[in-house]
Design a binder for this molecule. Structure first.
Ligand code: SF4
Length: 338
């Protein structure tokens, strides 16, 4: 596993990020790191000619102030559980993990991790969006762990804790914290909040081992979800991306059975389901870099600007998974991307 202890030998600090409480907290976690002050994080992050795979082996940390967009409309490629006021934000760019199928590799010029420390600005942007949301009859739905895995990062930056407490005080806000980590321990002791969903992405063990580098084994993720359920949190299960590989049907059958052998289905809030899909430009870029994995070399096809399996294959994968999940959950609890 690519432990974060091996990373962050150098921390780039934007001048403007100095003086923020979060900056001080993060720097205190890495007393031996070399600090380098920069005017703008993009000088480091957006430098041309960076090599994502080699940077990923020893990631650097960049602390910055987000001066641009603080909130985005949710993507059509993500499930919104029927909630029309669907937004997301990017508190951290990049992730501690290194999944072979991750679109971030094609989206960002660098594998280094940017943490935006101006949390209050993000909170204010959400408060404003709640007031102006297009459909006032439903809450603003905000996945906060979008282009990263926030819970994996919690012992470095307590963003999950901060967002849970923020959402507790905001009416009409529903947040989702999605993770592959087993790091529920860092949230233990926090009062569960019904409008803060903890969502675990679960994959067959062979997928976790072969394609989700650095992540905990699936059994540990399930165990973390169990602790969250026992503590009273709303828990979502995500089977996304569902991948095709030799023996996929048996592997997913086993995954669903193992999951519900530990997690009582009646306590699960809902589940999301989706096959592999990616922006075509990112896909092209990643394929050139990731010759070490077979997962990007399947017979995908391009529809519009999205690369995915052929429609018949997509349907076969999602129908099979839906069928398996419906042994435990009600059909309307499962949101599927097709
Ligand atoms: S956990 Fe998610 S964000 Fe992190 S590398 Fe894997 S797919 Fe990307």
């Amino acid at each position: 596993m690519n432990s974060w202890h091996n990373n962050f030998s150098h921390i780039y600090v934007e001048k403007e990020a100095r003086g923020h409480g979060l900056t001080d907290k993060i720097l205190a976690r890495f007393p031996k790191a070399t600090q380098i002050e920069v005017d703008n994080y993009k000088e480091v992050f957006a430098r041309p000619g960076q090599d994502f795979p080699s940077q990923k082996k020893r990631m650097k940390l960049i602390l910055a102030v987000e001066k641009g967009k603080l909130l985005y409309h949710g993507s059509e490629n993500a499930q919104n559980f029927g909630l029309p006021n669907f937004y997301y934000n990017t508190l951290i760019l990049n992730c501690l993990y290194n999944c072979a199928y991750c679109y971030l590799q094609g989206m960002y010029p660098s594998a280094n991790i940017v943490v935006f420390v101006n949390l209050q600005d993000f909170f204010q942007s959400v408060q404003k969006a709640i007031q102006n949301r297009p459909d006032p009859t439903t809450p603003l739905y905000l996945p906060v762990s979008y282009d990263t895995d926030l819970l994996a990062f919690e012992s470095i930056v307590p963003f999950c804790r901060e967002w849970i407490e923020f959402s507790r005080n905001e009416r009409d806000l529903l947040i989702e914290i999605r993770t592959k980590s087993a790091n529920f321990g860092s949230l233990e002791g926090i009062q569960p909040h019904p409008e803060a969903i903890l969502a675990w992405t679960l994959s067959p063990e062979i997928v976790a081992k072969n394609y989700e580098q650095g992540t905990p084994p699936t059994q540990k993720r399930i165990a973390a979800a169990k602790r969250a359920l026992d503590a009273g949190w709303p828990v979502r299960l995500c089977f996304d991306p569902v991948l095709r590989f030799p023996g996929w049907e048996d592997a997913y059958k086993k995954l669903i059975e193992t999951t519900f052998a530990t997690l009582p289905p009646e306590k699960i809030r809902d589940a999301s389901l989706g096959v592999f899909r990616m922006n075509a430009d990112y896909f092209k870029r990643i394929k050139k870099m990731r010759t070490d994995t077979d997962i990007l070399y399947q017979s995908y096809q391009k529809e519009g600007n999205i690369v995915s399996s052929a429609e018949s294959e997509r349907r076969e994968l999602t129908d099979t998974l839906r069928g398996l999940l419906e042994n435990y959950l009600k059909p309307d609890q499962i949101d599927t991307w097709t």
